[in-house]
Design a protein around this ligand. Structure first.
Ligand SMILES: *Cc1c(COP(=O)(O)O)cnc(C)c1O
Length: 415
């Protein structure tokens, strides 16, 4: 699309949207335009029902019997396979457990173990910080290990990849700018140098077409509480390519990763498959919320999700640039769709206050330090009309300078 759409065009796009009916499956509060599903996806009636059932019947009535009778024990691998469908992973390679941070630790450690004699982890200086913090944790356990960063130790990640590198840790979509990395090309580049890759899919799982098996990815991790809508703090996932599972060792060798957890043997003997990447008892109620959230995804075609995501972000950029031109916003996300995830960021000197003023008007986006206004576009429940209205409200907030009100300057603990 090359022109700025008008209201009639926007409504026509909603009418023609093949994902249109999906919105009915979510519980979105009245008067809210939710552009933060890339931080915390919304709830749904199906999740509320599932939580009530899991709490009242399975826990309340079934008690300990529910580990077997309600299938609690197998939930991590069952849900892992269902996420696998959304990220291009055939069954048996993905398990839901722990947090993204913890899974990064396990994946990096396992990758280093598969590349003994190599001592370098390469990552992005612009990575989501927890990824780097966990990499620091891994190198602190290994003599001579080093962490080299794109943007610090060399301008591009490719320049850092050589035969000293054990593993390359990359964010598929940058959390601040929304820039999308070429997974197949970078994975191939790492493999040519004999290194392994860990892809962090936090901002791509549920937002775009991901093909882990096709790109011959080694390890991947990601959240389930962002685009997958699993609920606050819902457990993360980890993908380990089949070809590495027998040899890979993860350091958090808890009893859920044991080949026979209920034999209660004194020595650790890892499960041969993906279960070895679990550690201890998983949060069953959160897993049940995630299960209901994934039911919604069962019929969804990821190509249609990507197509709508690109249209939503494209229209948002065009409308903001057309209507808010005088107010000093600068696009921080790639203009070309092929390089963009499912979010759009603009910088502004008063980004924090403007985001707070928008939230007070029902348009929920978020602020990222130092000066980014970030808007996420989740195709399952957003309408083109929402994009239109969000830009109208943004234009009004900028024109009237309502954001200068001092109540919008106070910073909360979580931004
Ligand atoms: C959201 C996010 C995380 C979060 O990790 P947690 O362990 O769930 O807190 C990690 N990495 C990236 C790239 C993220 O976007």
């Amino acid at each position: 699309m090359s022109q700025v759409p008008d209201l009639a065009a926007v409504k026509a796009m909603d009418d023609a949207d093949p994902l249109r009916s999906m919105r009915n499956q979510f519980s979105l509060p009245e008067g809210v335009i939710y552009l933060d599903g890339n931080s915390l996806g919304p709830a749904s009636p199906a999740v509320f029902n599932e939580l009530a059932k899991a709490a009242r019947e399975e826990w309340g009535e079934g008690l300990i019997r529910s580990w077997n009778s309600a299938g609690w024990f197998d939930l991590p691998v069952e849900l892992g396979d269902r996420i696998g469908r959304l990220i291009g992973a055939t069954p048996g390679q993905t398990v839901v457990c722990d947090t993204t941070s913890i899974n990064i630790y396990k994946a990096l450690h396992a990758a280093m173990g598969l590349r003994r004699g190599r001592s370098v982890i390469v990552a992005e200086g612009s990575s989501f910080p927890t990824d780097l913090y966990m990499a620091e944790g891994v190198i602190s356990t290994q003599p001579d290990a080093r962490l080299l960063l794109e943007g610090v130790d060399a301008p591009t990640i490719e320049e850092l990849i050589d035969d000293r590198v054990a593993v390359v840790l990359v964010n598929h979509v940058n959390y601040k700018t929304g820039e999308l990395r070429d997974m197949a090309a970078l994975t191939q580049r790492a493999h040519e140098a004999g290194a392994l890759v860990v892809w962090d899919l936090c901002h791509s799982a549920g937002a775009l077409v991901v093909d882990l098996d096709g790109a011959r990815v080694d390890f991947a991790v990601g959240c389930t509480y962002k685009y997958l809508n699993g609920g606050p703090g819902s457990p993360a996932f980890i993908y380990v390519a089949q070809r590495h599972q027998a040899e890979a060792r993860q350091p958090l060798s808890g009893w859920w990763g044991h080949a026979r957890p209920f034999a209660f043997e004194p020595r650790f003997d890892a499960d041969a498959g993906i279960r070895k990447f679990q550690c201890g008892t998983q949060p069953v109620l959160s897993l049940r919320a995630l299960k209901a959230a994934l039911d919604i995804w069962d019929t969804v075609d990821m190509a249609a999700v990507r197509e709508k995501s690109l249209a939503l972000t494209d229209i948002f950029i065009r409308l903001v640039e057309a209507k808010c031109a005088p107010f000093g916003l600068a696009l921080e996300s790639p203009r070309g769709g092929a390089k963009r995830g499912s979010q759009v960021s603009f910088t502004h000197d008063h980004a924090y206050e403007i985001v707070q003023a928008l939230i007070a008007r029902g348009v929920i986006g978020d602020f990222r330090s130092p000066a980014i206004m970030r808007f996420g576009f989740a195709p399952l429940y957003l309408r083109y009309l929402d994009v239109w209205q969000a830009v109208e409200i943004l234009e009004e907030a900028l024109r009237t300078e309502v954001w200068k009100d001092e109540r919008f300057a106070a910073r909360a603990a979580v931004t």
